[in-house]
Design a protein around this ligand. Structure first.
Ligand code: GAP
Length: 514
């Protein structure tokens, strides 16, 4: 595969060809930044959610899960700050008439500086060979230090201006950096303006009596407004967490990069309620736990990094992203935020209801502080899909396309293939499926030569192929082929279930998160 753009294009076309993701309403030419998950995509998405839910809810005695409505009372969004502060700074290019997020233009500029640092590292590593010390190089090479300082200064200034809502300075920064429109190539920019990202809708039978509502832009508020319901009915003691998976909606200005930035997407969020003053300790703990969850999937430690925020959201006193190396570079995959008592305190004010916890140890009431972990299901999906897609050159000089999805998340765990469509082999294959289907999602495939079927399953991401051949008729054994190594072994039909379970069972993978 060639450059990053080509790799990304390949991921998108593979997602369509192998039943993962397509554009929504494609027959009507699609809807911008809205996508549908097809048969394999729906399975992968479900497995990602289950892996998160089990790690978060089932593995923690003090975390419970809820499922709140998408529609919420409109005052929720006033209290949460979204009506006043959930804005993106946007800027238009007067020549191309294209609209951009001003902060994204600056961040893309910084990403180019970071790419220059990567290039220097690659060059030096080639030059010095085995003796190359990357850490030393990054901390001493004058050119790299210069790039780093430049990038940091730009991000600091952007953070300061956005925090102070100084949109004039954001525009000045774009002009000083001589950022051009990627379409027209011109620097002919409008002023920077704020744009609220919430989608509005109406509730009610007639236009006169309708109430203005918003589609929720985050699932977190459904947790905050239910804080006391859950705490009291579950007799929960601080520290405890409430988790939720659900849809969220944002009218994103920059709707590009496939399912990375969507207008309708899904979040997996957990609000951890704690004693005021303990937030930094819990914030660090959750950063560590969430990174462990990611690393348990074995998608390469080098593909993750933390990015601590300079610019904090209106509710946070500390925030960090777990960034993942997508085909278009390191970008936010998950956010960990110390949200203080902002949300509960504000809902108390707007609702006039007390949202306090009685701490039996301190014998006192207080509004708990909150540390939140928030990850987009779709972004996690893209991380898995893009990281798994490999083009391999085989020893015999041929190529294969393989989707090395972590086996625990793979949509189909095994394909059962009769070598030929006769001699009773299909019947045995169906019997094997009847046994496996209770535990795993498995499929039957008898079309084409077996080699082509293997390739098809490799490309679809199926970890195992079970082939029924004439020897099966004699000794009740089958071959089991491993997607990643392509190794084939002969095993008894009775051992197939356990062999698959050993690699795909969630339990084995979740143990790595401990
Ligand atoms: N409750 C906090 C919150 O919503 P956020 O950083 O705005 O924080 C959390 O979003 C996560 O949701 C992000 O890290 C990302 O994975 C996902 N996300 C946010 N906007 C998204 C979008 N437009 N499309 C897909 N995923 C998105």
């Amino acid at each position: 595969m060639a450059n990053q753009e080509d790799i990304f294009k390949k991921v998108i076309s593979h997602a369509k060809e192998y039943g993962y993701v397509v554009q929504s309403s494609e027959i009507y030419d699609g809807l911008s930044a809205v996508y549908d998950y097809t048969q394999n995509g729906a399975e992968l998405k479900k497995n990602i959610k289950e892996y998160w839910w089990k790690a978060m809810v089932q593995m923690h005695e003090n975390i419970v899960g809820i499922d709140a409505a998408i529609f919420m009372h409109p005052t929720t969004w006033k209290a949460s700050g979204h009506v006043d502060a959930f804005n993106d700074p946007l800027i238009d290019n007067k020549d191309s008439k294209k609209r951009y997020r001003a902060d994204v233009l600056v961040e893309d500029y910084v990403a180019k500086i970071e790419a220059k640092i990567d290039k220097e590292v690659k060059k030096a590593s080639k030059r010095f060979g085995e003796s190359f010390d990357k850490t030393q190089f990054l901390t001493t090479n004058p050119r790299v230090l210069g790039y780093q300082e430049k990038a940091q200064n730009i991000l600091k200034r952007l953070g300061r201006s956005l925090e102070a809502e100084d949109l004039v300075d954001v525009k000045n920064l774009i002009e000083e950096l001589q950022i051009v429109c990627p379409i027209s190539g011109s620097k002919n920019w409008t002023d920077v303006k704020q744009f609220n990202l919430m989608f509005g809708t109406k509730l009610g039978a007639s236009a006169e009596n309708a109430t203005d509502l918003y589609l929720r832009p985050e699932t977190a508020q459904g947790i905050f407004v239910n804080f006391l319901n859950v705490q009291k009915s579950g007799r929960l003691k601080i520290p405890f967490g409430i988790a939720q998976i659900g849809k969220a909606f944002r009218n994103e200005i920059v709707a590009r990069q496939f399912i990375f930035r969507m207008r309708e997407f899904e979040q997996m969020e957990m609000q951890f309620f704690i004693k005021p003053g303990t937030q930094i300790e819990w914030y660090e703990k959750w950063k560590e736990l969430r990174m462990k969850w990611h690393l348990s999937l074995g998608m390469g430690e080098e593909n993750y990094r933390f990015h601590d925020h300079e610019k904090l959201a209106h509710y946070a006193d500390a925030a960090s992203d777990i960034e993942f190396k997508f085909p278009f570079g390191f970008k936010e995959l998950e956010g960990i935020h110390s949200r203080t008592d902002f949300d509960l305190g504000s809902h108390e004010k707007y609702s006039g209801k007390k949202l306090q916890y009685f701490d039996p140890e301190l014998n006192q009431n207080y509004v708990p502080y909150v540390v939140e972990t928030s990850i987009g299901v779709d972004r996690m999906f893209l991380a898995v899909l893009s990281n798994s897609l490999k083009e391999e050159e085989l020893e015999n000089g041929t190529n294969r396309t393989v989707l090395k999805i972590p086996a625990v998340l793979a949509p189909t765990k095994a394909a059962v293939l009769p070598l030929v469509k006769k001699d009773g082999l299909p019947e045995i294959a169906h019997k094997i499926i009847d046994d496996l289907k209770w535990d795993f999602n498995v499929i039957y495939d008898e079309k084409d030569a077996v080699g082509r079927r293997y390739r098809r399953q490799d490309a679809a991401g199926t970890p195992f192929c079970i082939t029924v051949d004439h020897q099966t008729l004699e000794d009740e054994t089958v071959t089991i082929r491993h997607r990643d190594t392509m190794e084939q072994k002969r095993i008894a039909i009775g051992a197939v279930n356990e062999t698959i379970a050993n690699e795909v069972a969630m339990k084995h993978w979740l143990k790595k998160t401990e």
